[in-house]
Design a protein around this ligand. Structure first.
Ligand code: UDP
Length: 243
């Protein structure tokens, strides 16, 4: 499968529907792997962090989350088809999983959030099996791995610890976690639990989700300065032909 490089992070140039199909195929065949959805902030971080870049590129699926990555692809004249927001990819995948009675573990966010998300998901997708929940605040990784595995096998484990913590966790523990596909999904459990709202469609459709989040969560301003820096770096690499 073709991947396209943006500052060294190799993205799958596929649509959301294709990403869901590939995830479902991995689940059905029991092929272990993990999914990452890097936005421009993470790609910018990975530029200087070779370990982070390596573990992003080792993912089964690398999906372009965020409008910054889509702009970057345009600047580099590379064919990323569409933004594949992690949370939307997961919602569609969970809908497919429910049709087949597949199982899901919810890992991450503050205590109680995953349980609330589980309630909402069960209501929305009655065929879905929730194997268990675990909050994202733990003393050491072993404790978290033990709690997740105590639930038995899960077809999918959502790992929602924020980036790059979740990517590091998935890469480190994929072999011993009793799950087929791990998906790193940032703040998605807060959204599924109804604690944090996603931006209204207008913002999402116009590539302005970042602006909506900035208004709601102004403390993100510093993190968000990565977006213009990222785009400038992409333009520079286009001019210099650097990979
Ligand atoms: N989180 C966690 N454990 C931690 C740090 C963060 O479970 O040690 C959770 C946090 O509660 C939130 C999510 O990870 O639910 C991060 O959300 P954010 O929107 O910041 O992530 P992003 O998608 O921007 O990386």
């Amino acid at each position: 499968m073709d991947r396209i490089s943006i500052l060294g992070v190799q993205f799958d140039a596929i649509s959301k529907a294709e990403a869901v199909q590939r995830a479902m195929a991995a689940i059905r065949h029991g092929e272990k792997g993990y999914v990452v959805t890097p936005n421009s902030e993470i790609v910018y971080m990975a530029r200087k962090d070779t370990q982070l870049k390596k573990l992003l590129n080792a993912a089964e699926l690398v999906l372009p989350d965020g409008i910054g990555v889509v702009h970057a692809a345009k600047i580099l004249k590379k064919p990323i088809r569409e933004k594949v927001a992690g949370i939307e990819f997961a919602a569609d995948m969970i809908a497919e999983m429910a049709k087949e009675g597949r199982s899901l573990f919810l890992f991450g966010a503050k205590p109680g959030v995953a349980e609330q998300a589980a309630e909402n998901l069960k209501k929305q997708y009655p065929g879905l099996v929730i194997t268990g929940c675990r909050d994202g605040y733990f003393k050491n990784d072993e404790e978290a791995v033990r709690d997740i595995n105590a639930a038995g096998h899960s077809d999918v484990i959502l790992v929602c610890l924020g980036a790059p913590k979740q990517e590091i966790f998935m890469h480190a523990h994929l072999p011993e976690l009793n799950g087929t596909l791990l998906c790193g999904l940032g703040g998605s459990l807060d959204v599924y639990a109804g604690i944090v709202e996603r931006a209204p469609d207008f913002y999402v459709n116009h590539g302005l989700e970042w602006f909506y989040r900035l208004k709601k969560e102004p403390w993100r301003a510093k993190r968000m300065t990565a977006l213009p820096k990222f785009l400038l770096t992409v333009m520079k690499t286009r001019i210099t032909g650097e990979k």
